[in-house]
Design a protein around this ligand. Structure first.
Ligand code: AMP
Length: 362
């Protein structure tokens, strides 16, 4: 089976790495000159709205998927008219606009932080009256890794926030003093079968994910699964979906969904029976889903901006390195490592040994 992937970044690369053992082949479409999945398949180096390139892309594949949620709607329509596009275009629509996403959660009875749309400078005052302060002003579209966000602590911050973000549709959200951040990674097959990975505890700094650790028997597992299942069913979803939550007051508040494999699921390559990447491919290819059970303790650590020397990190027991072949740049995810261990105490020791080698940026 030949699978087309819109986007050829590290998620496309890891999808391909998971797909080759199953006998799949891959074609990527990505305008980037530095497309790190390109060595793993055919790479059509073209824009997402280049209709001739999209025709060529679709002509050589059995089905298509994507590795980023900002695929233009027109691209999704053009692809979906020719080959199955999974998850479907409705999943992209749901994940692209933070306001629509929040409204979807509200419709489904999933709790969210207080929020309000902001379309003008005056609207910012009205929205803040609804959310209270502190609050986070975010672009409705295209934000990632904390980009396009401004934390408002008092009215004195409004002008600066507006100067930075005010030329586009925005949303204001109450700042949640969360106890933890967790994500629920779910996968739904073409026949509607659903599996969930254990909830993952995520640590962000400056809006960027630093570590992700699956927790066996998290007390919020059933609630996370319930909320994720509602979204999967509403969107008639096929593939892996990541649902990020704030843990607050012992319950879950929905932050956002990503209609794709996700950074908080990378540990599953070594830490689960079947990784998020393989399960995404199984789901879209119409195969039975693989087990989401843990294979022991694990934690993923992102390499941001710089990776530790390979000779040093490769010498550590239970540390599995993934370098994406990307040029190091400040704030850029250029790889990760998953630390595995048979028990929690050994995991902590191995993680500490890795952290000594990390060159940390803020
Ligand atoms: P996002 O791109 O919305 O996932 O935001 C990136 C990170 O910023 C989150 O994972 C949180 O650590 C932080 N953040 C975003 N929104 C809020 C909020 N409303 N309250 C507190 N922290 C937030």
């Amino acid at each position: 089976m030949k699978i087309g992937i819109l986007g050829a970044g590290q998620l496309g690369r890891m999808l391909a790495l998971a797909g080759y053992p199953l006998g799949f082949e891959f074609t990527f479409l990505d305008p980037a000159t530095e497309a790190c999945a390109a060595p793993l398949g055919e790479h059509l180096h073209a824009g997402y709205l280049d209709e001739a390139a999209l025709q060529e892309f679709c002509g050589g594949i059995d089905l298509a998927t994507y590795e980023f949620e900002n695929v233009p709607q027109r691209t999704a329509e053009l692809v979906a008219a020719r080959v199955p596009l999974l998850p479907g275009p409705q999943a992209l629509t749901a994940g692209q606009d933070r306001l629509g996403e929040k409204q979807l959660f509200v419709d489904l009875g999933i709790p969210v932080p207080r929020f309000a749309a902001v379309d003008s400078r005056a609207g910012l005052e009205t929205a803040a009256a609804r959310t209270g302060l502190p609050a986070v002003l975010k672009t409705r579209r295209m934000g990632y890794d904390g980009k396009g966000q401004y934390v408002l602590r008092s009215v004195a911050d409004f002008d600066a926030a507006w100067a930075q973000l005010g030329n586009q549709p925005l949303i204001l959200e109450a700042f949640v003093p969360f106890e933890r951040e967790v994500s629920c990674l779910a996968v739904r097959a073409r026949d509607g079968a659903v599996r969930f990975y254990p909830l993952v505890e995520n640590v962000h700094r400056s809006g960027i994910l630093r570590t992700a650790r699956p927790r066996a028997a998290d007390p919020l597992q059933a609630l996370g699964e319930d909320y994720a299942r509602r979204v999967l069913q509403r969107l008639d979803y096929v593939g892996v979906l990541a649902f990020e939550f704030f843990v607050h007051g012992g319950g879950l508040l929905a932050n956002e969904i990503a209609p794709r494999v996700h950074n908080s699921g990378h540990w599953s390559i070594e830490g689960a029976e079947c990784s998020q990447f393989e399960n995404h491919l199984r789901a879209i290819a119409g195969l039975p889903l693989g087990s989401t059970a843990l294979r022991g303790e694990s934690v993923m650590v992102n390499f941001i901006g710089q990776a530790p020397a390979l000779e040093s990190v490769a010498a550590l027991e239970g540390v599995h390195v993934h370098l994406y072949g990307k040029e190091p740049k400040p704030q850029r995810k250029i790889g990760h490592a998953t630390v595995t261990a048979p028990d929690a105490a050994t995991l902590e020791r191995r993680l500490a040994a890795l952290q000594v080698l990390l060159v940390e940026e803020c």
